[in-house]
Design a protein around this ligand. Structure first.
Ligand code: 8OZ
Length: 367
């Protein structure tokens, strides 16, 4: 336990000083209320976790079209902005910092979530093998339709508006969701993108939408307050690419040129094995001028090892933060961690959301 750790050292992320290197990863919780407005319980949930170096919100759709699961919050209506404002106020009162994750699911959706039961949109009309949670149950995702070239500016605009709304709601910055098989990754990877226009074919063309979105979001929020999440080799949501290394080398070169403040990299299969496919993450770190946030299956030991080797600047923890509001303190003290309860990850109320105990609680309970 006496191993030196950088985990609790401060880090300067653009204009913001983080008190430690722990990031709370974005976590989908499906508890938004009518109008897809953040639940008042979300105020408590994020506030409880304010000791993280940086919180990243759950994935938040930039438009109705961008929604793919029931009860996920949005950032496109006045009511949603007002709901998020309560979250950011609470996090700031508790001394924390929070970015909002901007999301468009693309083909990972269901007609019942779309305006007039229309088909979800995608780079190409290829249905994903997979399910989404909708109407209280798991259903096959719907057959998507291919976006026309003249619809693409509207997609970019929806991310721009989402970034403006997030900043109006008091977020410290935004993270573009470019990972886990959703729209921007569907354009980037060749298993889902069969287009023959400027957004398909070559690596440059497939990277185009992610980079154009990153550019407008950075112009809106400030590049020094804009990060992006990517997952070069994940198979999540039936995504695949025949040659991810040059694709992501190119994407990260583009992101570095845009001066984004961080890349948040899901290493391996999202929520699964880290070694699912060979990939040189060091190449991304070398190419990118800003911070490298490493994610996926990290524990205290691996975090120390990777920070110690200077292979990452920050480490994002998902399930450990979900189940341990005081994760920073627990790791500092070498205290045991609460186990996450899968049954309450998605949907529901306070149970499994705001009722995970902090260290003082368990001491009291033991007395
Ligand atoms: C779990 C369930 C639904 C969505 C992601 C936004 O994987 C998600 C997600 C995770 O990025």
């Amino acid at each position: 336990m006496s191993t030196a750790t950088k985990l609790f050292e401060p880090y300067k992320l653009g204009p913001i000083t983080l008190p430690n290197r722990l990031v709370m990863a974005p976590l989908t919780r499906n508890r938004a209320l009518a109008g897809l407005v953040p639940n008042p319980l979300a105020v408590e949930y994020y506030g409880q976790r304010a000791s993280a170096g940086l919180l990243v919100s759950e994935a938040t759709q930039v438009s109705q079209q961008g929604q793919g699961y029931q009860d996920t919050p949005g950032i496109y209506s006045k009511e949603q902005v007002a709901g998020w404002r309560k979250v950011t106020d609470r996090v700031h009162e508790r001394g924390g910092r929070i970015f909002l994750q901007l999301w468009h699911v693309g083909r990972i959706s269901h007609v019942s979530l779309q305006q007039n039961n229309q088909a979800p949109v995608a780079p190409s009309a290829i249905r994903a093998k997979g399910k989404t949670f909708v109407g209280g149950t798991f259903a096959d995702v719907s057959e998507p339709r291919a976006l026309t070239l003249d619809e693409i500016p509207g997609i970019i605009e929806s991310f721009k508006k989402g970034a403006a709304n997030a900043m109006a709601a008091g977020f410290d910055g935004v993270e573009v969701h470019g990972a886990n098989g959703y729209l921007l990754e569907q354009f980037a990877k060749d298993g889902t993108n069969k287009r023959t226009d400027a957004y398909g074919g070559s690596i440059e063309n497939r990277a185009r939408l992610m980079l154009e979105v990153a550019k407008v979001v950075a112009a809106e929020a400030g590049a020094e307050r804009t990060g992006i999440r990517i997952s070069p080799v994940t198979p999540a949501n039936d995504i695949s690419d025949s040659n991810p290394q040059p694709l992501y080398d190119t994407i990260v070169d583009g992101l570095s040129a845009l001066k984004l403040v961080y890349i948040h990299v899901v290493e391996g299969a999202t929520g699964g094995p880290r070694d699912i496919a060979p990939f040189d993450y060091g190449s991304l770190r070398k190419r990118f001028a800003g911070a490298y946030i490493a994610n996926n299956g990290y524990d205290f030991e691996l975090a120390n090892k990777v920070l110690g080797a200077n292979a990452a600047d920050l480490i994002a923890f998902g399930k450990p933060f979900l189940a341990n509001p005081d994760l920073v303190e627990r790791l500092q003290r070498g205290a045991p961690l609460n186990a996450p309860d899968k049954a309450t990850f998605y949907g529901g109320g306070a149970k499994g959301y705001t009722d995970y105990p902090v260290l003082g609680d368990s001491l009291q309970a033991a007395q």
